[in-house]
Design a protein around this ligand. Sequence first.
Ligand SMILES: [Zn+2]
Length: 228
Amino acid sequence: MKPLHVATVVASLLALAAAVSPAGAVTFDATNTASNTPGGRRFDQAVGLGYAKRVLSDASTFIWSTFNQRSPAGRKPVDAVTLVVEDIGGVAFTSGNGIHLSARYVGGYSGDVKTEVTGVLYHEATHVWQWNGQGRANGGLIEGIADYVRLKAGYAPGHWVKPGQGDRWDQGYDVTARFLDYCDSLRPGFVAQLNAKMKDGYSDDFFAQILGKGVQQLWQDYKKKYGG
Ligand SMILES: [Zn+2]
């Protein structure tokens, strides 16, 4: 082989490698280890692995946008997001970049299970990508940010609390998601800024640093706005 040809082959191989694994690309994968259970069968029939993978990809793009992370440099260094549908209790949980969805929950859900699973995946995918203050962040806030993303994506279930409801700002889930939506309305991009600050640690004072008011004062203002 003449040197020119060797160079051509090498260039072709490099181009192929780049096409297969572009820098910063994230892969999405889904498996169902409960296909032999009623819930697993319902997942395959009503949701499907192909759809679930698309949701993981769409949700990740949505989360990066919500967190204002335009380039991979600002994101958590995750190169794969995986979903496993399993014969477990509960609804779902996320450990690292792995999302585990309960087939029993899918089997027992009454209503539009495809939309419900989509919403659950937006919540869990947020856990993959959000910063947690090096493990020191308020747990209610972590869950609130995950449900805030689900809310903004248009997958808030009908049974959620209405705006203004709840007892504490860090009650978590829907209560904290509604409160964060209020905070973001005061300063669009607030949740993105809050998440960015949570990369290296955590303090409730982040609310005051971004919005000029302490979180307890913000909660009181929020309750007042809705007559609470
Ligand atoms: Zn969660």
